[in-house]
Ligand binder design. Structure first.
Ligand SMILES: C[S@@+](CC[C@H](N)C(=O)[O-])C[C@H]1O[C@@H](n2cnc3c(N)ncnc32)[C@H](O)[C@@H]1O
Length: 253
């Protein structure tokens, strides 16, 4: 009997090839087998799965909600020939107390040019906001992959999709704001834009009690998925949690 917090299938990452009918098998790094899901890391745990999915699904047009520094976008660009449309708040996300949600300190003496990035003194040291202005997507820019990216700067809830034909995208990763309201809105925008057989991926989905007790983002994503069960059932032929990971994967009907 499953102790997952939602009634959805859990597909072991080693069975992704059978589930999605890919010739290549996914092989997880052996050291991840003992890693508790509450200590999971996107870079080590989920990016290899996303790269595997991109390599085998081979989207030509991919959509990503939530760019941040562009690690997920680079994973797609390097795994296949896709162009990527990706959306981020131009001024970055704030937490409930109004503080920057994503930031990092600068090395001593590096004050970062004013304007290109948002900077401030934090505890006596300079820091930059890593999900605002020129910091958005910096990883794909630094890798010289910007010619394959359409960067959209807005709150995803305000994104006007009317110029995009239905089924325009081959795949979509939802990884922007993590409140249930934003994830639900992102789902409602993404699904009509996905083609039949297109791949839908949600990051920060992990229906395990210890994870939800420790982290707020998966709570919002799980609540949105619960709330959207009717929409998901009518729009997708398959929907499952990749175990172990923080990824939910669906296939468009
Ligand atoms: C978890 S990070 C994205 C990580 C990225 N997908 C990656 O693979 O590296 C979430 C991003 O979503 C952005 N974000 C939060 N709320 C948003 C909203 N309502 N609309 C657009 N972007 C949003 C944040 O600024 C942040 O850069």
């Amino acid at each position: 009997m499953s102790d997952l917090l939602i009634d959805l299938p859990a597909v072991p990452s080693g069975q992704l090839s059978e589930r999605l009918d890919y010739a290549e098998a996914f092989v997880a790094a052996p050291e991840l087998a003992a890693r508790p899901l509450a200590d999971w890391k996107m870079e080590e745990g989920d990016l290899p799965i996303l790269q595997y999915l991109y390599r085998n699904h081979r989207p030509l047009r991919h959509l990503e909600f939530g760019t941040w520094k562009g690690a997920g976008t680079v994973a797609c660009l390097e795994a296949c020939a896709a162009s990527v449309w990706t959306i981020n708040l131009p001024e970055g996300e704030r937490d409930q107390s109004g503080e920057w949600a994503y930031w990092e300190g600068l090395p001593e003496g590096d004050h970062a040019p004013k304007g290109a990035v948002t900077r401030q003194m934090r505890n006596g040291d300079w820091a930059i906001q890593t999900d605002a202005r020129g910091a958005i997507g910096i990883k794909y820019v630094e890798k010289g992959l910007g010619h394959r990216v359409c960067q959209i700067y807005c709150d995803s809830r305000d994104w006007d999709t009317s110029a995009y034909p239905a089924g325009f995208f081959d795949s979509c990763l939802i990884d922007g704001g993590h409140t249930a309201e934003i994830v639900r809105s992102d789902l409602e925008k993404a699904i009509p834009l996905l083609r039949r057989g297109g791949l839908l991926m949600l990051h920060d989905f992990c229906p395990v009690a210890q994870v939800l007790e420790a982290c707020s983002a998966p709570r919002g994503v799980l609540a949105a998925v619960q709330d959207a069960r009717g929409l998901l059932a009518e729009s997708l032929t398959d929907l499952f949690w990749v175990q172990p990971s923080w990824l939910l994967v669906g296939v468009r009907r």
